[in-house]
Write a protein that binds this ligand. Sequence first.
Ligand SMILES: Cc1cc2nc3c(=O)[nH]c(=O)nc-3n(C[C@H](O)[C@H](O)[C@H](O)COP(=O)(O)OP(=O)(O)OC[C@H]3O[C@@H](n4cnc5c(N)ncnc54)[C@H](O)[C@@H]3O)c2cc1C
Length: 496
Amino acid sequence: MIVRVGYILLIICIFVQCDQDEPAKTHIAIVGAGLGGISTAYWLKYYLNDSVAITIYESDQVGGRLKNVDIDGNEYEAGGSIIHEKNLYMKRFTDELGLKRLNVPSSMPYIMTNDGSQTLFSTLSRYIPNVFLILWRYGVDALRLNFWLDKKLSNFARIYDYQDNGRTFNTVEEFLQMLDQDFYTATRFSFRKYLFEKGFHKKFINEIAQIATLVNYDQSVDTINAFPGLVSLMASASTLWHVEGGNYLVPKKILEYLLKQSDVQFVKGYVKSVTEVHRIDIDDQGGNVRLSYKPLNSDLVHAVDYDYVIIAFPLHRDNMNDFVLQTTDSFNQYDYRMQSTYADFLYGKLNCQQYNLTKSECERLKAIFYTNPSLPYRSVAQQQTVNENEKQYKKNDKPVYKIFSPNKLSLSDYKQIFDNDNFQLIQDIPWLAYPKYEHPQKMPPIQINKNIFYLNAMEWSSSCMEIEVISARNIAMLLTKKIGIELKRSDKHIEF
Ligand SMILES: Cc1cc2nc3c(=O)[nH]c(=O)nc-3n(C[C@H](O)[C@H](O)[C@H](O)COP(=O)(O)OP(=O)(O)OC[C@H]3O[C@@H](n4cnc5c(N)ncnc54)[C@H](O)[C@@H]3O)c2cc1C
């Protein structure tokens, strides 16, 4: 009997001992399951592995601004759609996840117009290659552009070496300055002024640069600052790709992988507030940040404490009433605004008559870009499905068009673009798409206070998928350092 009691005590002892030996996990909440939030979880697992427990909260769809729209059984990108060939993190994810990359058509016959009736420039000629047409119109600016952008791109690509070697940044300004002092300078001026001072001519600025910023950020060369302006030009002058099946598959599949790991949870619910917890008693163990959320299909608000919380969605004046955040005095959500952009999907036949195009030019026309920012629309372009490659796209016999516009369009607006009644609106999707940029640009903080980080602060440098992943890796590294764990320096990939 005595032996038996001793045996039981030993077992209890072993259990207690086990508990004491197991290192305490750091509990981290991520609010938002877009690409940014999900890739933060990826990098946290990459650096901290079993020493971290992660909960991801999402009020809507996984993928956020990466989303497909279904039109008669075919899927199209409705949000973030194109990825630059030099975006190494997006490439890395698609490789690790076994996803396929499809190139976006490199030469799409288009016209550029100022007022919606007069053609400024077109690439509809069957006989003259685009490169000659562009050189003829923009001369030396066109020649300089590629060399200049290549240099800027290679400076941007420094981020990959820096991050592989454990280098972090604490502010958006520091991020820009460590890559190229000129990137930071660019945020101080309008894109027009910046390009003018770099020696580009009025025609190039009013047409090529204007279209790049209107199409990519729905903002003109006069309102946008020059860093997102540069990013727009890079996106217009390069090889671009998208993920077969839809870009949203990247966050979706990373999440599926993470949920198979221990200590990763996904909660469907709306996070209502994130505030610091001030513990008076030092023995009072628990997290530093209190997060309250309302689960989907419930009116009860739950509160959970975490060691750290990462906000992975944009904070701006339009959502500050729905979400309470305890911030330092220097950060005021109210200062930041988002650009509203509609993505409309239609069947139709473009109205060629007003541009005096021949029948064969009209048949070749796939896109129209509008350079005048006071027009109600920015661009209309034939779409390829998320599964089509470049060749299939060219053969499409019932084309779907996407129009970008800052506000909801009226019937008469559509009639300006399409052959009178020859169109059918299928879906219009309103987005708060990207930050409304200004100059000089005010940047939000990456670290809101001691234990709250803000992933989307980096979007105020420029909004794109790759920036979100760079920001995610930076925050994961900052946290790893803070927790006191040595950073992995190698660039070893995770096996999915
Ligand atoms: C029309 C459009 C076109 C674009 N084109 C491109 C492009 O071609 N190339 C490119 O690289 N980028 C493009 N972008 C930008 C790119 O899509 C975004 O930069 C990127 O997807 C943002 O990811 P994110 O995770 O940071 O934010 P989001 O995708 O916005 O994710 C945030 C998530 O947080 C959730 N959330 C918000 N509040 C709460 C809350 N209180 N509680 C719980 N969950 C919450 C949201 O539901 C959302 O799912 C485009 C964007 C749009 C809208």
